[in-house]
Design a protein around this ligand. Structure first.
Ligand SMILES: [Cu+2]
Length: 107
């Protein structure tokens, strides 16, 4: 390899490694988002909403536990739980609305 093609090769390799590390960084962020603990208080299947009592969620500036209504990302998720169930859930903010994107029963 002459010097010019070696430099080109390094530049391409650098760009590849950079995009790879960005990709890995992004998935690491997802993996780090823990499921929050909560308890189902009320379910409104017609509206696709669920009322959850939960502890602090610092990422949403909820510094203390509270009971609040979340929109279900998929209303079908609400069939798997009932009031009183202890759950693990993934809270998110979609178009400014607090939304649960995942619900599973706590063991
Ligand atoms: Cu809350």
């Amino acid at each position: 390899m002459n010097r010019v093609s070696l430099t080109r090769y390094r530049t391409k390799l650098g760009a590849f490694l950079l995009s790879l590390s960005l990709l890995m960084g992004a998935s690491a962020v997802c993996a780090q988002t823990p499921l929050a603990d909560g308890q189902v208080i009320k379910i409104d299947p017609a509206a696709g909403k669920i009322t959850i009592k939960h502890g602090p969620l610092k990422q949403f500036s909820m510094d203390e536990g509270m009971t609040m209504v979340y929109r279900a990302a998929d209303p079908a998720m609400l069939n798997a739980v009932k009031p009183g169930d202890r759950i693990k859930f993934a809270p998110d903010r979609v178009n400014g609305q607090f939304t649960v994107t995942k619900i599973e029963k706590a063991k």
